[in-house]
Write a protein that binds this ligand. Structure first.
Ligand code: ZN
Length: 240
């Protein structure tokens, strides 16, 4: 308690890691996106002064909703939870919030942006919404699978590096064949394996490199938020 009160004088930004509990092929743990967001937030926190808030373990999962083990929350619940966390951080003197999600679903991300916009409209917080998929695209220029997205080369590499005891071998390269703009009830039929990419190309070394590169990018975003806050406060205290 005392430590938080002292540190918030000097630290203006909190990273809020957000994950999901969803199927990740036959070889990776259901909580991979949450573990990923948490490790990434901590790694960025080692690079730049910031608060790292506790992990939000559940997210909104659509494509994997029929796979065994996926436990999703509604978009409304996710948005309200993130808004409430943001409002509370603001009330406690935090001046910037960086939501970072380990789950890259489009509807999930859209709700995170909605929560961020709400915080912009109702508080003085500076806000960033970051998806690991955006970070990984920049971090993973050395990867071999061009269309890798879920339980493939990237996520299997991260798991081999960070939680090797939870990896059960590997899985074959696979991709979904969802019918474009047509929404389907038969999600398992269009994506039976739950793999989107090529897990056989994964290695622990790639995972370590990915996490380090992602952490540098996330720290740079926190740095940008911090600068925006400092500039704003300079203007506020020295109007001219
Ligand atoms: Zn994932």
């Amino acid at each position: 308690m005392k430590e938080f009160a002292e540190r918030r004088q000097a630290i203006s930004v909190a990273i809020v890691p957000v994950g999901a509990l969803e199927e990740h092929g036959s070889h990776l743990p259901l909580g991979l996106d949450s573990f990923h967001a948490w490790e990434l937030a901590k790694a960025a926190g080692d690079l730049i002064p910031c608060f790292v808030a506790p992990l939000v373990f559940y997210g909104l999962c659509r494509s994997t909703s029929d796979h065994p083990g996926t436990i999703s929350v509604s978009g409304q619940t996710l948005q309200m939870l993130l808004q409430d966390i943001g409002m509370e951080l603001h009330r406690q003197g935090v001046r910037g919030v960086c939501f970072v999600t380990g789950h890259a679903g489009g509807t999930h991300g859209a709700r995170m942006v909605e929560a961020g916009e709400h915080l912009l409209a109702h508080t003085s917080l500076e806000v960033a919404v970051v998806s690991v998929m955006d970070l990984l695209q920049e971090a993973g220029t050395f990867l071999q699978c061009a269309a890798d997205s879920h339980a493939g080369e990237m996520e299997t590499s991260l798991a081999l590096a960070l939680w090797p005891e939870m990896v059960k071998g590997t899985a074959p390269e696979a991709y979904p064949d969802f019918p474009g703009p047509i929404l389907t009830r038969e999600k398992l039929k269009h994506w039976p394996s739950g793999v989107w990419g090529n897990p056989t190309l994964a290695s622990a070394d790639k995972g370590h490199r990915l996490l380090a590169a992602e952490a540098r990018q996330l720290a740079a975003i926190v740095e940008q938020l911090t600068q925006r806050i400092e500039e704003k406060e300079k203007l506020f205290f020295n109007p001219s």
